[in-house]
Design a protein around this ligand. Structure first.
Ligand SMILES: [Mg+2]
Length: 298
């Protein structure tokens, strides 16, 4: 494996992926971009499937439930059942159920994303209940243009000042929509951290636990199918975000393959590699997921 900030030639990409038996895939910027399928992505998934390379989608999207994401992907020509998706919203529900069993949460996310908390045993507080002074164990902040209002952020602020833990479904700065670069909920999380002087617990990427949740799902699938156990080093993460996808996955023990179909460019990779602190290098840079699938499917 050779660290690089150049776009890998097919042979180099194949060499970097040697021994990889499964993939963690980002969604936005890898499979879909600005609401449209990335060119060749549906065929790449079919190719991986045919080659027996299992994968999990690990996405920081918290706008919608996994069922809704699966329906959107199906409309874009990709059949990925909700069980193969780990989202920042689903991981936040699982995390909160584990850390605050039977607890009370104030969740800022769409009604659809909030369905990920159904059956978790957690009680989600309504805005009026917060206004009546009911306490919460945690506040969870996700993406929702309707819910991230001043009034709701102020409710979250008061709860955190009274002792609730701040859970960030993720802390992304921005994302690409058909209108261009778009402010993400990371800015609201940073604002709450500033005002409360508390650090958020980040549940989605780049947290190690999030990548591990994707890995555990893959390992269980392979084990159930009678396959041999595999290790973190046999899994590669494919993503378009250097910090959240690539460096996060590398810190969790996986290989990180940057694709150039989304947020970050080769020039961004060069800049990240030159940073004295907090930077890094992807294990390889691929033009898109198409070349990754071709290298793995042989
Ligand atoms: Mg992405």
């Amino acid at each position: 494996m050779r660290p690089t900030d150049r776009v890998a030639a097919p042979a180099d990409l194949a060499a970097t992926l040697a021994g990889v038996r499964a993939l963690l895939l980002d969604m936005d910027g890898v499979l879909v971009g600005k609401g449209e399928p990335i060119r060749g992505a549906p065929e790449a998934l079919v190719r991986l499937e045919a080659a027996g390379i299992p994968y999990r989608l690990v996405t920081n999207t918290s706008l919608a439930s996994r069922s809704t994401l699966a329906r959107h992907l199906a409309r874009a020509g990709m059949t990925i059942p909700p069980e193969r998706i780990v989202s920042a919203a689903s991981a936040s529900a699982a995390y909160a159920a584990r850390v605050f069993p039977g607890g009370r949460l104030y969740v800022l996310a769409s009604a659809d994303a909030r369905t990920e908390f159904d059956g978790s045993g957690l009680r989600l507080l309504r805005h009026e209940e917060v206004d009546r002074g009911e306490p919460a164990d945690a506040v969870a902040v996700g993406d929702s243009t309707e819910e991230l209002t001043y009034a709701n952020l102020n409710r979250a602020f008061r709860l955190i000042m009274d002792g609730a833990v701040l859970l960030a479904m993720h802390k992304n700065r921005w994302w690409l929509t058909p209108e261009g670069r778009t402010l993400d909920s990371g800015a609201m999380v940073a604002g709450l951290e500033f005002a409360t002087e508390r650090r958020a617990r980040i549940v989605g990427k780049p947290s190690r636990a999030f990548f591990r949740a994707g890995f555990d799902g893959l390992a269980a699938e392979v084990h159930a199918a009678g396959g041999a156990r595999f290790h973190h080093g046999e899994v590669a993460m494919v993503g378009d975000d250097l910090w959240n996808d690539i460096f996060g996955a590398q810190r969790a023990g996986f290989r990180g393959i940057l694709v150039l179909t989304g947020k970050h460019s080769r020039a961004d990779a060069v800049r990240a590699a030159a940073r004295a602190r907090g930077g890094g290098r992807p294990d390889a840079i691929s033009p898109s997921i198409v070349e990754v699938a071709a290298a793995l499917a042989g």
